[in-house]
Design a protein around this ligand. Structure first.
Ligand SMILES: Nc1ncnc2c1ncn2[C@@H]1O[C@H](COP(=O)(O)OP(=O)(O)OP(=O)(O)O)[C@@H](O)[C@H]1O
Ligand SMILES: [Mg+2]
Length: 247
């Protein structure tokens, strides 16, 4: 298998705080890697560096063998190859669902209008939202908006999809419908890097689990070992913090 992403010893500082402290990670084509870790440990920062939304201070990131370097003029191509979905859906409020989906392919990629719309409708159908094609984002539930945000990222045919806590702002009953979409993407072999606090989902979707703490990768393992045989105290404590016991 070959690598779509190679992250080599990257560091990232915000003024005097060292947020990423030598993170190295490779992702193969078709692999699903799930990243967990305590709040503030650098998960979002890592994804933002991969998408070149943040500049790294040291190290290297290779996408498809090509160096992601904010100094080069390849930023827009990089962002086309890496799709990102955030906790807040960030759909355009004054555009319909269909317009939200076709905007970037038509304007950034200069794609064919009929083909693009056809693809958008197919994806809407797939996530059960075809009837919402002419609705505006404010007319959708959180879970519906998030499903639109996911397929909007797919419309650019990214090599890698980065998902940053995409269900964190949703009511519990909407979490499932969004995670089911992600599971189906995993089954069709999409390459994804996922940050989530939904541990049972993580276990179901991940090929590999990563635990970050204090800006470093502390542990990395297949999901069964990760959850059943954590090696470090820090991961054990982190996993324990998700369960409740009656005193
Ligand atoms: N733009 C910024 N300027 C200064 N500090 C920042 C900035 N963005 C993030 N940080 C700091 O970097 C650290 C890592 O933040 P990050 O958002 O990556 O954490 P996280 O692991 O995603 O946390 P959470 O689980 O709460 O989303 C935090 O201490 C945060 O305060
Ligand atoms: Mg975050």
């Amino acid at each position: 298998m070959s690598k779509v992403l190679e992250i080599k010893e990257i560091t990232k500082n915000y003024e005097d705080i060292n947020v990423l402290d030598g993170v190295s990670l490779s992702v193969e084509y078709g692999e699903v890697v799930v990243i967990v870790g305590p709040s503030g440990c650098g998960k979002s920062t890592l994804l933002r560096c991969l998408n070149a939304l943040e500049k790294i201070d040291d190290g290297e990131i290779l996408l498809d063998g090509e160096l992601i370097n904010p100094g080069n003029n390849n930023l827009s191509r990089v962002r086309q190859k890496i799709g990102m979905v955030f906790q807040s859906y960030e759909l355009f409020p004054h555009k319909t669902v269909l317009q939200n989906l076709t905007l970037a392919p038509l304007h950034v990629k200069k794609a064919d209008k009929r083909e693009t719309e056809k693809e958008a409708l197919m994806l809407l159908e797939r996530v059960g939202l075809l009837s919402k094609k002419d609705s505006y984002p404010r007319q959708l539930s959180g879970g519906q908006k998030q499903r639109v945000a996911i397929i909007r990222a797919l419309m650019m045919h990214p090599e890698v999809l980065l998902l940053d806590e995409i269900t964190a702002a949703l009511d519990p009953e909407m979490v499932r419908e969004v995670l089911d979409v992600v599971l189906s993407l995993a089954k069709e072999g999409r390459t994804m890097l996922i940050v989530t606090h939904e541990l049972s989902f993580a276990r179901a979707v991940a090929d590999r689990m990563i635990f970050i703490d204090g800006g470093r990768i502390v542990e990395e393992a297949p999901p069964s070992d990760f959850f059943e045989k954590p090696k470090s105290d820090r991961l054990r404590k982190f996993l324990d913090s998700f369960s409740y016991e009656k005193e």
